[in-house]
Design a protein around this ligand. Structure first.
Ligand code: C2O
Ligand code: CU
Length: 548
């Protein structure tokens, strides 16, 4: 194994974010999101040409709101009754496009994305996650990966509430999986500010496959402060859950295999089409007024650079929009932006004002393709509440409040053919002893030294954090001396990256620093890359919050 030093994928990665650097073939086919083709994805197996599908013939589906199934005693005090939900994971078939045969998925409550769970800050809920899936997996398992050995049941699930400040026993530790016929009840205290969270599967060694099968959904925490802002709500607040998939000609999900006998893992999954709320090329009729869109990128590996475009063409002027919140809730003030970079697992809370667009169409697009249409009608309801100039104050965590700085490398080890074999966080495998043990209520700086030529979206469970900076460094010097020599000043953060986050994009050959206060609970959690193929192949580590 050798450490990857080629710049090839680095350049392609930038292409993914900036457009124009894709291979001609991929661009010509209108591939959705700067999806570079991996060697494995170019295999001979026939796939459905999603770019040839009729555009904007299906209305955007809106995920249902989950209803409580009853009330149960609060496990924290045993007295007061709190809302109890039972959410079942089931196999089902659904059409992703008018002209395609139904696709088999796994979903919470038999839908993909699953229903929206809505909670109020400070009001705990209980959710029983029930595995009612079949005993065979839809997708090829790699039994050589950690935790996915052949002696384990093929179908295993465990649910993590991403972004939730949850006790360790309810956090969905990857090894706490359960098989079909079993369930696990999780307690979510919701002692946190209003934010768009999401729940998804996290089973050891097969998270990427359970995600592609469809196990994901949105979880919204509300609070009084958010209510006081009078943001668009009800039918004017719309979740937009994005993920990419490729399909076989029979309409079933296509997931590539490596071609290595017994070891089908591939290093990233990129689909040919971006689905919004489970539909390819959907349209949404909107009134000429402000809307609030709750975006989630629940793709396995794709980063999107999103914009609202006035035409169904590559380069057209669109409308600016405001980002009002990121992963962990509201920004300090609305940030007016033209484009939004959203990596795997990241969320964005957007306000788009369609009032100048009555009678026209707008399109949601990446740098390479349009994937959703908005048809703007006249205004019906009154929309006189202006967007507040200030949102929630965000006190910056002072660097000097940090008691520890941890320097943690991100590395990709390849075989002689230049294929990724394993990716490690700070050189450690999953089952090595825990090395990150922050003390409860202490503040730390984590400094991610990205030695690879990919961006990695790094996520910590339990906590919210702030991004300090990103700064390019000299890889060769680092490899020879283990010393960081910066090659330029820190890259300034954009206004929409100054809010509370739980995922940070660690860019290639860059040191990315975050500052974190470890609040809420002691116990065992994980931190990992949210590119799910990486996470499943060792790019995940336990960490432990220890008592003071
Ligand atoms: Cu969204 Cu550990 O994950
Ligand atoms: Cu990664």
């Amino acid at each position: 194994m050798r450490l990857k030093t080629t710049r090839r994928r680095f350049l392609q990665h930038l292409g993914m974010l900036t457009g124009g650097m894709l291979t001609g073939a991929a661009a010509a086919r209108g591939q959705s999101a700067g999806h570079r083709m991996s060697a494995a994805a170019q295999s001979a197996e026939p796939r459905l040409d999603t770019s040839a599908l009729a555009r904007f013939v299906d209305p955007l589906p809106i995920p249902a709101r989950m209803k409580a199934s009853g009330r149960r005693p609060n496990p924290e005090n045993g007295v007061e009754a709190i809302a109890y939900y039972r959410v079942a994971m089931r196999q089902f078939a659904a059409k992703v496009h008018r002209d395609m045969p139904p696709t088999t998925f796994w979903g919470y409550e038999g839908s993909c994305p699953g229903p929206i769970l809505e909670a109020r800050s400070g009001e705990p809920i209980l959710v029983e996650w029930a595995n009612e899936l079949p005993h065979t997996h839809l997708l090829p398992i790699d039994h050589t990966l950690h935790g996915a050995e052949a002696d384990k049941p093929e179908v295993r699930t465990v649910v993590h509430l991403h972004g939730g400040r949850t006790g360790p026993e309810s956090d969905g530790y990857p090894e706490n999986w359960f098989a079909p016929g079993k369930s696990a009840t999780c307690f979510y205290p919701n002692r946190q500010e209003a934010a768009g969270l999401f729940y998804h599967d996290h089973a050891m060694g097969i998270t990427r496959l359970n995600a592609v099968a469809g196990l994901m959904g949105m979880y919204l925490v509300r609070d009084e402060f958010e209510d006081s802002l009078k943001l668009p709500k009800g039918e004017y607040e719309i979740p937009l859950i994005l993920f990419d998939r490729s399909f076989r000609p029979d309409g079933q999900v296509y997931y590539p295999v490596s071609g290595k006998p017994g070891a089908p893992w591939v290093s990233e999954y990129y689909g040919s089409a971006i689905l919004v709320n489970g539909r390819i090329f959907p349209y949404l009729e909107v009134e000429a007024r402000k809307y609030r869109f709750r975006l989630l990128n629940s793709s396995n590996a794709s980063f999107y650079r999103l914009s609202f475009s006035g035409q169904d063409s590559a380069t057209s002027q669109g409308c600016d929009f405001f980002q009002i919140g990121s992963d962990q809730g509201l920004l300090e003030a609305p940030a007016e932006i033209e484009t939004l970079i959203l990596g795997p697992g990241e969320r964005a809370d957007l306000i788009v004002d369609f009032s100048a667009w009555a009678g026209k169409e707008l399109f949601l697009r990446t740098d390479v393709a349009v994937f959703m249409q908005f048809r703007v009608t006249g205004a019906r309801g009154r929309d006189d509440a202006p967007l507040p100039a200030k949102l929630r104050p965000i006190p910056r965590l002072a660097e000097k409040s940090a008691v520890t700085t941890r320097e943690l490398t991100l590395a990709d080890y390849q075989n002689r053919l230049g294929q990724s074999r394993v990716m490690l966080l700070n050189g450690a495998h999953w089952d090595m002893p825990v090395t990150e043990k922050p003390v409860l209520n202490s503040t730390e700086i984590w400094s991610f030294i990205n030695l690879t030529d990919d961006s990695h979206p790094i996520h910590l469970h339990l906590v919210r954090f702030q991004i300090l900076d990103r700064r390019p460094f000299d890889l060769t010097v680092y490899q020879l001396t283990k010393k960081i020599v910066y090659t330029g000043p820190p890259v300034p953060l954009t206004a929409n990256e100054l809010g509370w986050k739980d995922i940070v994009r660690a860019d290639p050959l860059t040191v990315t620093r975050i500052i974190i206060k470890f609040e809420g609970f002691t116990g065992r959690y994980v931190w990992h890359c949210h590119m799910l193929e990486h996470e499943d192949n060792e790019m995940m580590r336990p960490y432990e919050v220890v008592p003071a």
